[in-house]
Design a protein around this ligand. Structure first.
Ligand code: ADP
Length: 358
């Protein structure tokens, strides 16, 4: 599925409108979600990113029908989750796949036994279960490990079992609750690749929560940034990366590895500007820096540069020091804007303030 869909060919699977959740009552009450609205479309890998305590777990549980919001509405296609009760609610939950940070496997069951569990609950016959378990273990690359117990597996293998179990009843949506947070970077990549394969090959819509922008960058097409129970920014990952607006989003995008040496944080001057440029798509292919040097007699000293590959889009970032006549600098910035290069002037009062505002 294209990540740059038009709004007309989008079909939502989940639509949350003004969802709030308050835990407890009176003085001890915690407002975990406040007026959250979002739309997950069919085929999305939808990421929700936020720091600890932001409300991610509450939100994903509400979207999966595991907890009821205090107010607001969550639609799954045309079914209002708030109206589901008893057997209908249990049947709905059976059709939702979910995986967890700490895998939540039964230690007393084998790998095959864990994957078979939701099929048993759904009343599938033994021969059918065995066939399905075999298919699922093959899908996640664990065909030879069906007889082992979770304690005999690596973290990545445990999460593969979690994924196979979550897919057992052919869910339309797979919810991932910090699914890679307990894994090392290489295993994280393997599990994310597996989720991507599940999304593409089986057409399963994925909703994930994470505190790690690398996860969003690697597999998501859409992202919502959550802070203090509210969505502070949302959109296509490529857009949000190229033009982050909220300071929290900027902090998530700015990796700690990208730091500018302190000597470049000089006081602002009309003849010198420190700017960050974000190039997306076709603008990345034009020699814009040499063009502004020629056209406006502005020198560009490149301090930092990196490229982020986001699904189908490449976003390039450059931090440059522009030196030249004040008018030339203004005109050069206008020219870059015309070319759809998003720029931000970095005006430091102190290195610390600038680093956190990157
Ligand atoms: P995150 O997943 O982003 O860390 P959570 O959704 O777990 O955030 O928590 C959001 C807020 O709600 C936090 O302040 C947390 O302490 C509170 N909270 C979460 N679950 C409960 C609960 N069952 N009872 C009371 N407060 C809770």
């Amino acid at each position: 599925m294209s990540t740059e869909q038009s709004t007309t060919d989008r079909h939502f699977v989940i639509k949350a409108s003004s969802v709030s959740k308050i835990y407890g009552q009176g003085e001890g009450a915690t407002r975990a979600l406040e007026g959250v609205s979002l739309t997950v479309d069919k085929g999305d890998i939808f990421g929700i990113i936020g720091l600890s305590g932001a409300g991610k777990s509450t939100l994903i549980r509400a979207l999966a029908g595991l907890i009821k919001p205090s107010s607001g509405q969550i639609l799954f296609h045309d079914t209002d989750l708030g109206a589901l009760k008893g057997k209908r609610l249990r049947n709905f939950r059976l059709k939702m796949g979910m995986i967890f940070q700490h895998f939540n496997l039964f230690s007393s069951r084998t790998v095959a036994g864990n994957v078979a569990y939701p099929l048993e609950i759904a009343g599938i016959s033994k021969p059918e279960r065995e066939k399905r378990v075999e298919e699922l273990l093959k899908l996640v690359g664990l065909s030879s490990k069906g007889g082992l117990y979770p304690s005999q597996l690596s973290g990545g293998e445990k999460q593969r079992v979690g994924i196979a179990r979550a897919l057992a009843n052919d869910p339309e949506v797979l919810f991932c609750d910090e699914a890679t947070s307990a894994l090392d970077p290489r295993t994280t990549k393997e599990i994310l690749d597996l989720l991507k394969m599940v999304n593409k090959k089986l057409g399963v819509t994925v909703v994930l929560i994470t505190h790690d922008m690398e996860v969003i960058k690697r597999i998501c097409n859409r992202v919502s940034v959550i802070e203090g129970g509210k969505i502070v920014e949302e959109g296509l990952v490529s857009q949000v990366f190229a033009e982050p607006k909220h300071p929290t989003t900027k902090q998530f995008i700015q990796g700690s590895s990208h730091e500018i040496p302190e000597e470049f944080w000089k006081p602002e001057s009309p003849n010198r500007r420190l700017i960050r440029l974000r190039f997306k798509g076709s603008s990345a292919g034009e020699p814009l820096i040499s063009q502004i040097a020629k056209m406006y007699h502005v020198d560009a000293n490149i301090l930092l540069g990196w490229i982020d590959c986001l699904q189908t889009t490449i976003v390039g970032t450059l931090v440059v020091e522009l030196i030249g006549p004040a008018k030339g600098i203004e005109e050069a910035l206008g020219y870059l804007a015309e070319k759809n290069v998003h720029h931000e002037v970095l005006i430091p009062n102190s290195p610390h303030e600038v680093l956190t505002s990157l």
